[in-house]
Unconditional design. Sequence first.
Length: 378
Amino acid sequence: MTTPFTFTLHKTDGMARRGDFVTPHGRVQTPAFMPVGTAATVKGLHPEDVAETGAEIVLGNTYHLMLRPGPERVAALGGLHSFMNWPLPILTDSGGFQVMSLSSLRKLTEQAVTFRSHLDGTMFELSPERAIEIQALLGADISMQLDECLKLPARREEIERAMALSLRWAERSRRAFESRIRAGYALFGIVQGGDDIPLRQESARELVNIGFEGYAIGGLAVGEPQEVMLKVVEETTPRLPADRPRYLMGVGTPHDLIEAVARGIDMFDCVMPTRNGRHGMAFTRFGQINLSNARHADDPRPLDEASPHPAARTYSRAYLHHLVKANEILGAVLLSTINIAYYQALMAGMRTAIEEGRFADFRAATLAGWAQGDIPAV
């Protein structure tokens, strides 16, 4: 018998929360960072390597997987877990953001969004019901409702229109999910409302009335300043149920993560660790290090001798610099792995600090370490 999806809140420290949730493919500790496996792969990395960083859940994307290879094909091949050889939990984004940001031709109606594939120009239609169907075919442990995500800044009337449409689509997503419900699987609603606090609060209230296994805050990190994003988070999380996980979508930098946890967020995803890794950037407890800089060419030190991940301890900065400058694939692979491992270590550090009631001290010390920066070799 499949274990029901459950979220347990173990400890709070201020607004920061320590918990876990259970899915059909395992337990996930929170606060959690989900590496992004958009097209059924965390770019350049073996699934085993992703798991070894400490990641307990990854994200896949409905938009990309519906275009290629297609959800029916994935289902016929045993579902996304089997297809990508990832036995742990998977959350799938509904694809709404990608439809709005990648499609060169799209038409939005009450019923659905029709759009032209950015791959070959084929026309597709994505409705709330189809988005749920695709995620069920993929076998996602956690599915997301279809929503409309606007780039900021935007006019208030546009933000209100998109928020209201997203709520109507949330109701349809919920009904579609319940019609194909499977024990232990979950559907999250997405709070919209741009940078307008009253609209955010209205969206949160109505989503709670519909009822979801978890709640996401979407439509942020889309052009607004960080202080605006954090203000929206701070004003929204108290409106969400304390006994359900809270997910800040598409965010972000290590600084974003620690500040959002301080405001009550439990889950994150972002392409930044792998995307920056492919461009020669490493995330460390000293801040971000650009390995393409010439000053690393003769530096025998590892990135971080105290890192829990072996690659950060054993490869010299000089070697990583060489790989980046030579455009060797191994450089992108190593730095992507190191970055995901750093994000996982940061989340583990926050979990421990919350458990021990010292999150404020952990936050201050971490921010101070980033501010001090890396110390060049003598």
